[in-house]
Design a binder for this molecule. Sequence first.
Ligand code: NAD
Length: 249
Amino acid sequence: MQRLQDRVAVITGAGSGIGLATARRFAQEGAKVVVVDLDEVAGTKAADEVGGLYVQADVSVEDDVVRMFQTAHDTFGSVDIAFNNAGISPPDDDSILTTGIDAWRRVQEVNLTSVYYCCKHVIPYMRRQGKGSIVNTASFVAVMGSATSQISYTASKGGVLAMTRELGVQFAREGIRVNAVCPGPVDTPLLQELFAKDPERAQRRLVHIPIGRFARAEEIAAAVAFLASDDASFITAAEFLVDGGISSA
Ligand code: NAD
């Protein structure tokens, strides 16, 4: 018997990076995977690869989020796991002194408001089932801040972490666990895009990671699979750092 056998798992941002690696891992562990992504080409490819269902959705749009959980439930009969992971990188020059309100709002909408929508619309399914596991993607910057000027991004991830704690405490007695994974720098298209704009930033980051390298997306996926599974049955409202030690260095 595999750890996630027949669990229905909705993963946002599953077309790339951490979400894609987690879709692969969940499928290997027996889950029925619903791949959600704005990018139709990447999402379809990922769903085909893992034998899952693709739903195109923009997680910053509430109606899309309602539809994606409804589709998952209509197709498979339950929603057991929600990995609320889709996110965008900080805008250029994301300093408190320079970031404009439109850029700030966009980051909050995609990284934070999306998690609010996802939790708001998946919890009713999980309450009816009397169980469920939610994992939200925050970041190491939510616990330590960042010297590289990414105020809108850091604030959005801090919000994800605070929401996770609140919901984890609030719904613990209803069998719903809510945890946050806090990755350190992970070698994905999101990070590569950031470093392409500022190559020195990669070197500066690297020297602060005690393990001495960036994470592979599969290493984050392994932690998410653990949190989503019954192996983590006494873990809720937690910030689960998978950061190569960077937040303690
Ligand atoms: P990625 O860019 O490789 O993948 C993100 C996916 O999300 C893409 O497929 C993209 O199409 C999708 N997406 C973006 N906006 C969307 C929207 N509005 N609706 C639906 N889908 C959308 O990024 P990644 O590195 O895998 O990042 C995944 C998550 O991990 C993000 O929340 C990111 O902030 C977080 N994170 C990443 C790192 C890192 O170093 N890569 C570190 C800490 C946290």
